[in-house]
Design a protein around this ligand. Structure first.
Ligand code: MRU
Length: 356
């Protein structure tokens, strides 16, 4: 998608380095950063220079290729794979991508292992882009249906950033929106700010602006009243891990939005590529929920009058804060899952019909 009119993907390999858009600097500065080693890749995932389930999967895949480029030794490659998987716990795409790389590399001669790793990392990214495009084509039908009935702007609420910046291109939740916009359907997006890191305000609103899609940032608690007033036609969110029973783990606050949608008969859709499905964990209680530094709550970053990025404390300095990064929305609150293969109900049977 576009930034200042120029087409980008979120990650690419060029001149022996991996290039990423540093998302910790957005929306105030657009910085392309180079990852030269597997340690750089692990750090980029941990500090969230790259984030979003599919993108951290793609970064981990390229991270393993960087490890091989540094040191083509089996022990080092194995240790790097383990460290990459541990860099963030909740999004299943990370482990999925590393496991796929390790499987592909098994038994490959040392003179071919680097080129095989680079090809597979690119393949993982290309596939994600295609899958996200298909999610858009499938999800467009829902937006079109609402528009055909309403004959007026379709108001869509989204949470966090499940946009192209969270994937390789197109996004998951945003892909149907981009497709609707390209088709000339008038859409307006309610963007949940998404405290504490503000991925909605800083990233979703930013990328929608760049694509000239009308959007309004709202505080995370505003969605409820907008739904009661009939100002939300549908919700679309992304997911970091969807269980085979249809339970959806996503950015903290998604669950409360799903409850409000349920109470107000607003359709609540979740968009995901199949790489986000966890076929192993059966009970949502077993999903590892990331707990991040409480400083993400107590401090806020922005730019000052000299355009310098600054961090300030906003809480009483003696107060404690707890920063759980994800929650789980039970499948009963999910109207449907929008995948690269079609839309299905959030259930084992629904997912099985499409994917097994
Ligand atoms: O902590 P983040 O910013 O990595 O969380 C991202 C989300 O929760 C997204 O909604 C999810 O990864 C889906 S991305 C298409």
């Amino acid at each position: 998608m576009r930034i200042e009119g120029k087409e980008y993907r979120t990650i690419w390999f060029e001149n022996n380095v991996v290039k990423i858009i540093d998302q910790t600097k957005l929306p105030h500065q657009f910085v392309i950063k180079e990852l030269k080693t597997v340690t750089d890749a692990i750090n980029a995932i941990k500090v969230m220079e790259v984030r979003g389930a599919p993108l951290i999967g793609g970064t981990a895949a390229y991270g393993l290729a960087l490890a091989i480029q540094e040191n083509n030794n089996q022990k080092f490659i194995k240790k790097s794979a383990e460290e990459l998987i541990q860099s963030r716990p909740t999004a299943i795409n990370l482990k999925w991508a590393v496991d796929r790389m390790v499987k592909k590399l098994a038994g490959i001669n040392s003179d071919q292992i680097l080129s095989t790793a680079l090809n597979e990392a690119k393949e993982i990214c290309d596939e994600d882009e295609k899958f996200c495009e298909n999610i858009g084509i499938n999800g467009l039908k829902i937006i079109e249906e609402i528009y055909n009935k309403k004959k007026d702007t379709v108001n869509i609420l989204t949470h966090c950033n499940a946009g192209w910046l969270a994937t390789i291109n197109w996004g998951t939740a945003t892909s149907p929106i981009y497709h609707a916009h390209k088709k000339g359907i008038p859409v307006h997006v309610w963007v949940d700010e998404t405290r504490p890191r503000n991925q909605g305000a800083n990233l979703t609103s930013y990328e929608l602006n760049e694509e000239e899609i009308t959007n309004t940032i709202i505080a995370d608690n505003t969605g409820g009243i907008l739904m009661q007033r009939g100002e939300v036609d549908m919700c679309i969110v992304g997911t970091d891990r969807t269980l085979s029973n249809g339970d959806v783990c996503n950015k903290i606050g998604t669950y409360l939005k799903a409850l409000a949608a349920h109470d107000n008969n607003v359709p609540f859709y979740v968009a995901l590529p199949s790489s986000t499905i966890d076929w192993n964990i059966k009970d949502a209680k077993d999903i590892p929920i990331e707990e991040r530094n409480s400083e993400e709550l107590s401090h806020v970053e922005g730019i000052d009058e000299n355009n310098q990025i600054k961090k300030v404390l906003i809480y009483p300095n003696k107060s404690k804060a707890k920063n759980l990064a994800f929650d789980v929305t039970p499948s009963k609150y999910v109207t449907g899952l929008i995948t690269e293969r079609g839309i299905t109900e959030a259930s084992f049977d629904g997912l099985k019909k499409l994917f097994k």
